[in-house]
Design a protein around this ligand. Structure first.
Ligand SMILES: Cc1cc2nc3c(=O)[nH]c(=O)nc-3n(C[C@H](O)[C@H](O)[C@H](O)COP(=O)(O)OP(=O)(O)OC[C@H]3O[C@@H](n4cnc5c(N)ncnc54)[C@H](O)[C@@H]3O)c2cc1C
Length: 459
């Protein structure tokens, strides 16, 4: 992609689009960002749509590549682990990592998006167009179409365009309709709805944890906000029992929460009103192939590979996309080669995180309460302390080790599961103690050295 040529169009000025615009500008490109919504610097935040997000190492690396990590730092609330709340009110914190350096961060989507737009606006080479709704692509005339109510009001030369217009991408839909790519969307049978735990009802909730009320088949989670409140999200089936279809009126909603989340219900004073007011979101995985149209269009972020939110990685993955594209820009002058290389190197990783995100859904909903899961989790953490260059739990590889690709985390994670199962089967009573006094099961060293090459060394 040559900096001297036409400006790069970025369709969608959300999380990935704003970060991408900054990176492109710093590489010497002129950038035109087209965002459907109003300027976030002028409007109030949108309610009821994933109000806060978990940001981890891959996302932080993308922010650092764009030089905006310091701007984002004041927005972050560290979370050390998952606090699991049982039905009887008991609970425990399961640490995410080995120590307080291995934490993830809760961040407001709205504040993050606004801050990234502010940073993009500060780049002289970036022009931001708000209220610019992309309604299609005219492939015959190589044009991006913008308009409203189905009417085209503006045409913009297509090449080169990077589409970051999210899971419901209009650019992707237009290319699919023209037969330029194929799309498969696997929608989960569960929807989500967001609820508020105000600060004055948050007493006793650890402000540095992600809270989960897993109930087998459905769950409530809550992430902390900088003002001491929490945003809770209910994930529940659309149909069947229990399901959103049953929660049709105030008595049904209150009875369901009293029955399933008795300790949480008093923390949700606006429960019934928010049920009525907040939109219910669909979640799913988008599989799309190819992501590119010659050197003209590239899909990136959720537009290319939206995933279910249960690993807290969609935004992190989108920011990693931006970092990968940035590194390829250093060596690829030709747009067609750049876009093709991005798709080639990135697809194995986005396929891997799509799979791990679905697996994490089952873990958060069900397995996290299973004693075998908890025992193996503790054993995995002990093995990491003993063999840190070879054995890192999969969750940690994904969340804290951006130097290990998603595809490699999936591959090593499968081998590690087999090792844990073998060690656990040999001695199910084994309980690592931690604190430098771990007892490592006999045979662990031999198994690990035989099956896991040191990190960074090809097996
Ligand atoms: C409930 C839920 C919880 C989540 N939690 C996490 C989490 O904890 N951690 C994490 O990493 N990820 C999480 N995600 C995923 C994360 O939200 C997405 O992966 C991330 O927002 C992707 O960024 P994006 O820029 O590709 O898309 P988006 O953030 O969706 O941005 C797309 C932008 O394009 C604009 N746009 C759309 N259509 C058009 C059009 N036709 N013309 C012009 N502009 C358009 C939109 O207005 C928007 O600004 C969660 C998702 C959900 C649904």
């Amino acid at each position: 992609m040559s900096a001297a040529r036409a400006p790069v169009n970025v369709v969608g000025g959300g999380l990935a689009g704003a970060l991408l615009a900054i990176v492109l500008a710093r590489r010497g490109f002129r950038v035109e960002v087209f965002e459907r919504r109003a300027d976030p610097r002028l409007r109030a935040g949108e309610r009821g749509r994933s109000i806060n997000l978990a940001l981890a190492a891959r996302g932080l690396r993308g922010l650092a590549v764009a030089g905006v990590a310091a701007r984002i730092a004041p927005l972050l609330v560290p979370m050390r682990g998952r606090h699991v709340h049982e039905h009887d009110g008991s609970g425990a914190l399961l640490a995410y990592g080995q120590d307080d350096s291995e934490v993830i961060y809760s961040v407001s989507r709205e504040a993050l998006g606004r801050t990234l737009i502010e940073a993009a606006a500060a780049e002289p080479a970036v022009t931001l167009h708000f209220g610019a709704d992309c309604v299609g692509v005219d492939l015959a005339r190589d044009a991006l179409l913008f308009g409203e109510g189905g009417k085209v009001r503006r045409r913009v030369p297509l090449a080169p365009t990077i589409a970051t217009d999210g899971a419901g991408s209009a650019v992707r839909a237009a290319l699919a309709a023209a037969g330029a790519l194929t799309v498969r969307e696997e929608v989960l049978a569960h929807d989500y709805l967001e609820l508020t735990i105000p600060r004055d009802r948050a007493a006793g909730l650890d402000p540095h944890a992600l809270h989960i009320w897993p109930r087998g088949g459905f769950m409530l989670i809550a992430l902390p906000n900088t003002d001491g409140s929490f945003t809770a999200t209910l994930f529940l089936a659309r149909e069947g029992s229990p399901s959103f279809a049953e929660l049709v009126d105030a008595p049904a909603i209150v009875a369901f929460f009293r029955r399933e989340f008795p300790a949480a219900v008093s923390r949700l004073p606006q429960l019934v009103a928010e049920f009525a007011e907040h939109p219910r979101g669909r979640i799913g995985t988008v599989y799309c192939d190819p992501w590119t149209l010659d050197g003209k269009v590239l899909l990136l972020g959720d537009a290319a590979h939206a995933i279910v939110p249960f690993h807290g990685q969609g935004m992190n993955c989108a920011f990693e996309d931006v970092a990968v594209l940035d590194s390829l820009l250093a060596t690829h002058g030709d747009t067609a080669a750049l876009f093709a290389e991005f798709a080639r190197v990135r697809r194995p990783d986005t396929d891997a995180i799509a799979q791990m995100a679905i697996e994490n859904y089952l873990e958060m909903r069900d397995t996290v309460r299973d004693p075998v899961f908890q025992r193996r989790k503790a054993l995995g953490a002990a093995l990491e302390r003993a063999f840190p260059d070879r054995f890192i739990p999969r969750y940690s590889m994904v969340m804290f080790h951006p130097e290990i690709s998603y595809a490699e985390a999936l591959r090593r994670g499968a081998v590690q599961q087999e090792i844990l199962a073998a060690l656990d089967a040999a001695d199910p009573g084994q309980q690592p103690r931690g604190g430098g006094t771990d007892t490592i099961p006999p045979g662990a060293r031999a198994l690990i050295e035989a099956r896991l090459a040191p990190i960074g060394v090809r097996a």
